[in-house]
Design a protein around this ligand. Structure first.
Ligand code: FRU
Length: 484
């Protein structure tokens, strides 16, 4: 179903009562529903929001348009988790229901203050001439999940940005609260602005400056910036839309990238000695990654495994998008690593030795080792002829190649069907998570990551080795009862 502007922005209460029931049944009939990844019962999911620790549990929201596979009037849907692997929806929703967020409760972050969770987000407003007014606004959630909006603009659109100004991330640095907001300056260049909470009061923000991080200024907008600290080093994750490919070559419509700096000076809004710009994920889908420092000193991240402005085969089942596994971020030998939290192994059923399989239920993890002077050409989601998602891990030639062209339904063809990265000529470990239509491939425990979607045919559920070898295990994964 193609959505008109009127339908995208129609008030939730104005939809006919049976619409949701109809699309819900359609979504249920999809052959590609995931088993252990967060997706919606119907409608579109995009960015992870408000990832935080609150009331003794993990809190995570997602951006949501309930009425179909389209980007329309967005709300936030709340989930909780005790282990960062199993999530449950609570029923709490942050709705776009005030004059300051009338056209969408857009992305943002969260931080506990006393016994409330402060939600810091962008109110997307369109006036009668359809001119956009972005407001950085807030709400408080109590331990029962009741939300009280602050009904106050906390940060207004600055005079030196366009109406593209959104996605505030609040963070604590050395005892003070700061926020960064993504934007576009009047020269139509992507920038990130840094603010400080005056006297640590989340109602009162003062502007410090544009964040200095050797911004090449070739992007036209920075979406979803996040700053986390790992052993004192700042890690800036962001989505520079339109970044020039001579700065960094990327395959997806919009990239999700990062830089690791040596240190951070909030007084001058400077990331000191920023390292090179790097791909967060070498796969086909990974965007709007949200990261935060938890109260236990870890840096945790979760990504949206879809992209803006791309159609997905699930659209005809009236839903789109899923979230990645929760990944812990660490730095080893100066490099950023991302790997699922330890509790992910709780999904493993009994190990079986890795071999070819004609049929699986496409819900498993492979943990493989490929020796330094060897290679592995593997097909996941394989049919009887060995067609599926082809993964080549080749330490001998120092590369990994992933090709989804023969895996079920084609989509996003404008952006090619292969992705690749370089690896060292060393024994290489791959942890490969397969979930019906999602793959997350972690190389060397998170040194490189390939994430994405495929939409296999019914007969594509095998594992075929085309050439080379690997040793390791196959683990069926069992999430238990899924409520989302
Ligand atoms: C990124 C994004 C954000 C915005 C949100 C709206 O995917 O465009 O910049 O806040 O999605 O849903």
């Amino acid at each position: 179903m193609a959505f008109t502007t009127e339908e995208r922005y129609r008030a939730y209460a104005d939809w006919p009562a049976d619409h949701i029931e109809t699309i819900k049944q359609n979504t249920k009939s999809s052959p590609w529903r995931t088993n252990f990844h967060i997706e919606t019962p119907h409608g579109l999911l995009n960015d992870p929001n408000g990832f935080s620790h609150f009331n003794g549990k993990w809190t995570l929201f997602y951006q949501y348009f309930p009425f179909g596979a389209a980007h329309g009037l967005k709300s936030w849907v709340h989930m909780e988790s005790a282990d960062l692997v199993h999530f449950e929806k609570t029923g709490t929703i942050l709705y776009p229901d005030t004059a300051l967020d009338s056209h969408g409760a857009y992305s943002g972050s969260a931080m506990q203050f006393d016994d409330h969770l402060f939600l810091f987000y962008t109110g997307n407003v369109r006036d009668e001439n359809w001119v956009r007014h972005p407001y950085q606004i807030g709400a408080l959630m109590d331990t029962d999940g009741h939300i009280q909006k602050l009904n106050k603009v906390l940060i207004d659109q600055p005079s030196d940005t366009t109406d593209h100004f959104r996605d505030p991330q609040i963070f604590n640095y050395e005892g003070n609260y700061y926020a960064i907001v993504g934007g576009q300056n009047l020269e139509k260049q992507g920038i990130i602005k840094l603010y400080k909470a005056v006297n640590n009061d989340y109602l009162n923000w003062e502007y410090i400056d544009d964040l200095a991080f050797d911004n090449d200024l070739t992007a036209y907008m920075m979406e979803c910036p996040n700053l986390v600290f790992i052993s004192g080093q700042p890690v800036l994750l962001y989505c520079p839309q339109g970044l020039d490919k001579t700065v960094l070559d990327y395959g997806n419509i919009y990239p999700n990238l990062y830089k690791v700096g040596q240190s951070f000076n909030p007084e001058t809004a400077t990331m000191i000695n920023p390292g090179p710009l790097e791909q967060l994920d070498y796969g086909f889908e990974c965007y709007a990654t949200q990261a935060f420092n938890d109260p236990f000193g870890r840096a945790l991240a979760v990504s949206w495994l879809a992209l803006p402005d791309v159609d997905y085969p699930t659209d005809r089942y009236d839903y789109q998008g899923c979230l990645s596994l929760v990944k812990e971020l660490t730095i080893k030998d100066g490099k950023l690593y991302q790997y699922p939290v330890p509790a992910i192994t709780s999904l493993r059923a009994e190990a079986q030795l890795f071999t070819e399989k004609t049929k699986t239920d496409n819900t498993y993890e492979l943990e493989l080792t490929i020796e330094a002077n060897s290679h592995l050409e593997l097909v996941l989601f394989a049919d009887a002829d060995g067609h599926g998602l082809k993964l080549t891990i080749d330490p001998t030639n120092g590369c990994i190649v992933l090709d989804r062209k023969d895996c079920g339904e084609a989509f996003a063809l404008d952006f090619g069907t292969t992705r690749h990265c370089q690896i060292a000529n060393q024994a290489t470990i791959a942890n490969i998570f397969i979930d019906k239509s999602v793959f997350e491939i972690f190389i060397n425990k998170g040194e490189k990551v390939f994430s994405g979607r495929v939409f296999p045919r019914q007969d594509q559920s095998g594992i075929t080795i085309l050439s080379g070898q690997a040793t390791g295990n196959y683990y069926p994964l069992d999430y238990g009862h899924k409520t989302h």
